[in-house]
Design a protein around this ligand. Structure first.
Ligand code: NAP
Length: 414
């Protein structure tokens, strides 16, 4: 990097949840800041002295086009700029590294588009980026589905032979993670699904595709590789694939939740608190949160309102907790019996089955723990199937907490 004192950063309208400073710090040594900018200040800001390079995000990727002195052929073709490069004379060149990100997302997940028919959902900047990537990779056909286009959501049947589906709409993104842009029933020939959304890590679209055995990728790798592409342009030096992969794993570790499931009384709350303490994470206990929100103990909710009322309150609490990032979440024993709770918690979390011998389970104050053998027969297979990994809580609490944390660190990004 020739000018270490130059400033780098991300410009957008609202940036409070941005991962970019952490990501760029993992990739290259320049100072990188967030610049929240109202639309009226954008043009003056990007001409401010001392800037070495900027990334551009919502809603300015198109707005900066006429503000650049030059565009790379790729940025001009896509009509969207996410990276501004400053020449020694202050001239600004607009580039697009979302292209690098989207291509890497597909490649890393083994989703091949060469010779295949690709359907892209949406008609914004990311959709146009996806079109360019797929055309360059030799896709047989690339179809864009737009709510207002010739190819739209009412005639998806025209493209039932699509082999790759790419979601470039915000449907399914936090805080509306139940959204699903299309039913996969419309595309019976799919060999791969990619979703540009990275919050949640695994959208409902990605989960449904995987449940059908279709390879599917979320957008976190796209985020990392677009940053790597920008870092390469800012510094003039290549970023090794291993470095980008390490940044992806690091980001995954910081945003993903750790979710403890298991029998009532197996130690989820105690071990969960210990994991939170040793990892410096926030802790959420869904049972405690239900008690706090309803204003009654769980035995009282069961006695006065019935189990259905408890499950409804639990579902609301789980949806809230599942939408958080980088937390430890202890669930109630029955939480993951509901498929919608399992799916919500897995969107942004690793599910850990905490095992404890039945004779050592705590039963006091637990309305359903009367016949523990019957409860275990019904529930243990559900816990085992829902879990990413299991940990025995059969010695000291600290040992179980360490095993939970070590298992989480070993999980790759998926
Ligand atoms: P955009 O320019 O606003 O385009 C989104 C497109 O989605 C719109 O053009 C619209 O197309 C469609 N759309 C919007 N709301 C919709 C709805 N309720 N139902 C169905 N379609 C809807 O946004 P973008 O910048 O392309 O970003 C699209 C997505 O990609 C976002 O979720 C964003 O977070 C994600 N993204 C991820 C990365 C990454 O690094 N992973 C980078 C960039 C963007 P029609 O009106 O034609 O239907």
């Amino acid at each position: 990097m020739s000018e270490p004192r130059l400033r780098y950063g991300l410009v957008g309208e609202r940036l409070s949840h941005s991962h970019s400073p952490a990501l760029h710090a993992l990739l290259a040594p320049y100072p990188y800041a967030l610049y929240e900018m109202p639309p009226d200040d954008l043009a003056a800001f990007i001409r401010a002295p001392g800037l070495g390079g900027l990334n551009v995000t919502i809603p300015y990727k198109q707005a900066v086009l006429p503000l650049c002195d030059a565009l790379t052929p790729r940025a001009r073709r896509i009509g969207s700029v996410n990276t501004l490069l400053y020449g020694p004379d202050g001239r600004i060149t607009g580039d697009n590294t979302d292209y690098d990100g989207l291509r890497a997302m597909l490649e890393r997940a083994g989703i091949c588009v060469t010779g295949r028919k690709v359907v892209i959902l949406g008609s914004g900047g990311t959709a146009r980026t996806a079109c360019a990537v797929c055309e360059d990779a030799g896709a047989r056909a690339v179809i864009t589905i737009s709510r207002t286009g010739t190819n739209n959501y009412d005639n998806l049947g025209l493209h039932a032979d699509a082999q790759v589906l790419i979601n470039a709409t915000p449907v399914g993104m936090h805080p509306h993670p139940d959204g699903m842009p299309v039913s996969l029933d419309a595309f019976p020939a799919l060999l791969g699904v990619a979703d540009a959304i990275y919050n949640p890590l695994r959208t409902r679209l990605v989960q449904v595709a995987r449940a059908r055995g279709i390879p599917a990728a979320g957008g976190l790798a796209m985020l990392v590789w677009q940053a790597a592409g920008a870092a390469e342009r800012f510094t003039g030096a290549p970023i090794a694939a291993e470095k980008a992969e390490a940044a992806l794993q690091s980001l995954r570790r910081s945003v993903e939740n750790i979710v403890l499931i298991g029998m009532p009384g197996c130690g989820k709350t105690t071990v969960g608190r210990a994991v939170a303490a040793l990892s410096g994470r926030a802790f959420v206990d869904t049972d405690e949160e239900v008690v706090r929100q309803v204003g009654k103990t769980i035995p009282r909710i069961f006695a006065e309102d019935g189990e259905a009322a408890f499950r409804a309150a639990e579902g609301r609490v789980v949806a809230e907790a599942a939408g958080r990032s980088g937390c430890v979440i202890a669930t109630g024993g029955g939480t993951v019996l509901a498929a919608e709770n399992r799916a919500a918690l897995a969107r942004n979390g690793r599910i850990v089955f905490l095992r404890r011998p039945l004779a050592r389970l705590a039963v006091a104050g637990r309305p359903l723990s009367v016949d523990i053998e019957a409860l275990a027969a019904a529930r243990l297979p559900v816990y085992a199937a829902a879990a990413d990994y299991a940990v025995d809580n059969d010695s000291a609490i600290g040992d179980a907490a360490e095993r939970v944390w070590e298992g989480f660190l070993r999980c790759g990004y998926a």
